[in-house]
Design a protein. Sequence first.
Length: 345
Amino acid sequence: MGNQIVYTSARLKRCAVLLVALLTFGLGLSKYPLATASGSVPTVVTVQFHSPLVNATLPYNVILPPDYRASSTTRYPVLYLLHGLGGHYTDWVTRTNVADYAAQYRMIVVTPEGNDSWYVDSEGVTTDKYETYILKELIPDVDKRFRTIQSRYGRSVAGLSMGGYGAIKYGLKYPASFVFVGSMSGAFAVTRYTEKEMGGSNWEPFLKIFGQVGSESRKANDVFEIARGLSAARVSSLPYFYFDCGTEDADRHFNANRELSQIFVEKKISHEYRELPGDHSWAYWDRQVQEVLKIAAKHLHAPALRINKFQGLQKTVIEKPSRAGYYTALQRSNTARNRTQLQEQ
């Protein structure tokens, strides 16, 4: 497990400096608790993991439930929460209140480092195998270090924008690995981007990751194509999907989310899709990650409740969806939207 340093709120300034210093000297594992509004204290652990596949250190944060240290035998479900383009593994903890929100659920939340990989195995860079890294290195490392429920019923994945795309694709491709999949403002149309649309130097990274427009590698990473090609038997094995998009988000995100939902309806893929007031911003994601946690808690196999302060858990989750397990919830019509064109953050 490596060396560990515990930080308390009374020593916040001094400990922040100390944490940076300790990580500079290469500690493999550090942890610090965050006080929550409810009085519960989740613990955030940073793991410095070296990936042989990517040949780089890819740190990840782990938010442990408040009662994790109270038992040495209890195992917990895990939600893997993926960041967006231009972001890093620290974003969820530093730019939202996810540690506070997660404290009311008996689950572990992991925020991996994905850099700007789109969570795929790159077509042009042989060492950028981020999809394989997540499935074959990260998840086994988390299962080894922490007391997790090591089956699909104890594992879920979600993300924002780029991370939403990655999560949905993983759910479609690897149904045996996840019981719940979530996306906020998912950038699902990424494989359709063109040089004219992206322009100049912005196009090169997409070309390296996905290959040429119309190539087999692009088709293999296209969530629309993957969903359309699923057999009825494959559909029956899929996890439950939840995704949403802000009505003020950019057209390329909003339209792609609505299109994917329509495909899911046609294929009878169990899901919920919401259109809500908001744009492509951290204010929106801070709000919606609360819904993702709530719905994930409903579908994950959580440990038995033992103490009173967790009794409210099952009262906070949403009811089962109607219409044979799938529906689309459109909160506002397309004509009512007053959207601005926003760049992905």
